[in-house]
Design a protein. Structure first.
Length: 328
């Protein structure tokens, strides 16, 4: 059973309000007789969600009200507290689940010190306010806040933060399941398997203070700025991978644990059947304790001859790899 083919991307449609250029948006404002400041860059990058009750007419009304007080430094993108899933009305009297999820995540990240804020007024002269969304893990169902650092899209007047990050400098080659299978074959039948996972992955990596202003979001009329790596930034995976690669280097050079693979925050250690797997696991987990890197107890397993890694069951005793049976 081969891997699923990736779905084709949705063709770019310039007629969708979410894809309107700054010039087209301003023309629409003019046609409705809505006044706005000539330097109101905020109104030039508003995104309108077509599945929300936040209609175009309402959007224009809000843009008009905000334009007079729009800051002149840096474009601000529409806040996402108006999101509601397709086929569901956004009722003022009953907050949709996605609204509750975003609020909970923001409060949690505030309490953990990952966010700077909240602010009623932006505390920086130069800044960027980015759209946000929610992603859910396929298996754990854990929800994660995604910051759209690629917005605004298709706007040559206001380049996104991701556009300004060198793609080649931050490209990354990930390990595959073939690499794991190859390593098990190398160690031999009956090899012991150990896995671990870093908790809150990107969030343990700080962002330079001077970059905080460009990692801003807006929620419930309050502004927040990320102090840790965000999901949605082109540079985040490569920066975080430097930490994971360092752990692997320490494991090999200092603890003589050579057979370690990692995919960002997920680690797999393969131990030959004639080695002391418990000693290897103790040494490997000790690296994280020494460095102060938090691990998920729930996702730490081994040593054993069968475990699930990246959604695939690896069985070193029968030398098999099996897809896991999961309910949607």
């Amino acid at each position: 059973m081969g891997p699923k083919r990736a779905s084709r991307p949705t063709p770019y449609n310039p007629d969708l309000p979410v894809n309107w250029t700054a010039a087209r948006l301003k023309d629409a404002l003019d046609s409705r007789g809505i006044a706005y400041s000539s330097n109101a860059r905020r109104s030039a990058t508003i995104a309108i969600n077509p599945v929300s009750s936040f209609t175009i007419d309402t959007a224009f009304a809000r843009i008009s009200a905000a334009a007079a007080g729009s800051p002149t430094q840096g474009p601000e993108l529409k806040r996402k507290d108006e999101i509601s899933p397709p086929g569901r009305d956004h009722l003022a009297s009953s907050a949709p689940p996605i609204y509750i999820s975003v609020t909970e995540i923001i409060n949690k990240e505030l309490n953990l010190g990952y966010l700077y804020g909240p602010f009623s007024e932006i505390p920086f002269r130069h800044y960027r306010i980015n759209p946000i969304g929610i992603a859910e893990s396929k298996y754990s169902k854990k929800k994660c806040l995604i910051v759209d650092m690629s917005a605004p899209h298709n706007d040559e007047e206001n380049l996104s933060m991701n556009t300004l990050i060198d793609k080649s400098e931050f490209s990354l080659c990930y390990v595959t399941m073939d690499d794991a299978i190859r390593l098990i074959k190398l160690c031999g039948k009956g090899a012991s398997l150990i896995k671990s996972n870093i908790t809150d992955a990107f969030k343990i990596m700080p962002i330079l203070y001077k970059l905080w202003p460009y990692h801003g979001i807006k929620w419930d009329d309050k502004y927040y700025f990320f102090k840790r790596l965000v999901f949605g930034s082109r540079s985040s995976p490569k920066i975080f991978d430097a930490l994971s690669s360092t752990v692997c280097w320490i494991a090999e050079k200092k603890y003589k644990i050579p057979n370690v693979l990692h995919l960002l925050d997920d680690f797999l250690v393969v131990v030959p059947p004639f080695d002391d797997a418990h000693k290897v696991m103790e040494g490997f987990l000790g690296i994280f304790r020494t460095l102060g890197i938090p691990l998920s107890e729930k996702k730490t397993e081994g040593p054993c001859t069968e475990l699930e890694y990246l959604g695939i069951i690896l069985d070193s005793l029968n030398m098999e790899s099996l897809f896991t049976a999961r309910e949607d």
